[in-house]
Write a protein that binds this ligand. Structure first.
Ligand SMILES: Cc1cc2nc3c(=O)[nH]c(=O)nc-3n(C[C@H](O)[C@H](O)[C@H](O)COP(=O)(O)O)c2cc1C
Length: 366
């Protein structure tokens, strides 16, 4: 089974769903001596299978695939484990998402730069992001590493993966989640701090995500459980990587730092916003929002986030609702109505080969 100490460089290229993760980016992370990831979130199993095939053509090394755990398959927190509790929570979220859709429909009109906002979508009550099919694919393909975010699968799934020699990683955001993931059977924990770009991986989407900085969080998790730890969130320089390892991490995971890399599939509008923010052409501030998806996520602050600071806890339904708005904004190059996921270290993102970026993290100052 894969272990972190088999890596020549203790670095993981983060899974980044929605475009940035590509087989080329994952292969480049492997080429640098680290571990690359494919992001299976929002994709169906056959699209993920195609990416695995492409990646295996590019690289013979180990790699990971990241899955979103749907609420219905999650086992954390324990109080929601009974079916009635889960169904009630889901009904609450769908209702909140419908109300949010009504607000968006009422607010429809020209976006700040004059682009037209298209009709919001409808919540799909059955969305589980193709969970079963993707899990079956991971097992069938014997993917070396699988990582889970947004929830904790049941212990039987970890046992099945381990029996196939597949290493399981779970994203956690506090010590309680770390203990639960270790008990369920995870092999490695990805400890995600509040600096991280994209969605927080909190196992309970209704819980406000923790604010302890990554270095403190690592110490807390290290005390709570003995598993190997990967540190994620705002890691941008050799000093950041050393600090994370000094605080107890066995490896670091970087996402935002790779968003402008040559191999990333980051959209044009996202790339220009990152460059504009770094060069002072737009507000260089990131914040947490539920407005695009219903789950807290960090991105460059824009008008849509400012307009809906009170968006509901209703993932993944809000994600469906805002889909058409985001697609139209991206097509129009409108930075104000599309998610611009980025962590606090976005100024360090550079347009270079990913392997160069990753190797630099362990350069002279590291
Ligand atoms: C654009 C973007 C998309 C992301 N998508 C995912 C994802 O699909 N699955 C996941 O587990 N984490 C995702 N993340 C979070 C990363 O795994 C990681 O926690 C984060 O990038 C680390 O912080 P950093 O961005 O400051 O390096 C995403 C992050 C970004 C920036």
């Amino acid at each position: 089974m894969f272990t972190l100490d088999s890596l020549a460089l203790p670095v993981i290229g983060a899974p980044m769903a929605g475009g940035p993760s590509t087989p080329e980016l994952a292969a480049a992370a492997g080429e640098a001596g680290g571990l690359g990831f494919l992001a299976a979130g929002y994709k169906d199993a056959s699209a993920v299978a195609d990416q695995i095939t492409r990646l295996r053509r590019l690289s013979a090394g180990p790699f990971g695939v990241n899955l979103f755990v749907p609420d219905a398959a999650g086992t954390y927190p324990a109080a929601e484990q009974n079916q009635a509790g889960k169904a009630a929570a889901r009904a609450r979220r769908i209702e909140a998402a419908r109300t949010f859709r009504d607000r968006l429909t009422a607010a429809e009109g020209p976006a700040p730069d004059g682009a037209t906002i298209t009709e919001p979508g409808i919540p799909d009550p059955n969305d589980d992001d193709g969970w079963q099919a993707k899990l079956a694919l991971i097992l069938r393909e014997r993917v070396p590493v699988v990582s889970f975010t947004f929830g904790l699968p049941e212990p039987a799934i970890f046992a099945e993966l381990a029996a196939q020699g597949i290493c399981s990683v779970v994203t956690v955001t506090d010590a309680g989640e770390a203990r639960a993931a270790a008990e369920a059977g995870a092999d490695i924990l990805c400890v995600q701090g509040p600096e991280a770009g994209g969605h927080r991986g909190t196992l309970d989407s209704g819980k406000p995500p923790g604010e302890a900085p990554l270095a403190d969080l690592l110490v807390q998790v290290r005390q709570a459980c003995p598993l190997p730890l990967v540190a994620a969130g705002g890691i941008s320089t050799p000093e950041d990587a050393s600090a994370a390892r000094a605080a107890g991490a066995d490896a670091v995971q970087v996402g935002t730092l790779l968003l402008l890399s040559n191999e990333a599939g980051t959209s044009r509008v996202h790339r220009s916003a990152l460059t504009d923010a770094a060069q002072g052409r737009r507000d260089p501030v990131t914040s947490l929002t539920r407005a695009f998806s219903g789950r807290p996520a960090r991105g460059l602050t824009n008008d849509f986030m400012r307009a809906y600071p009170d968006a509901p806890d209703a993932y993944p339904y809000v994600n469906h609702i805002t889909g058409p708005l985001r697609a139209a904004a991206a097509a129009a190059g409108n930075q104000e109505a599309v998610s611009l996921w980025a962590g606090t270290g976005f100024r360090h993102a550079a347009q270079e080969p990913a392997a160069v970026i990753l190797r630099r993290l362990f350069g002279p100052a590291g």
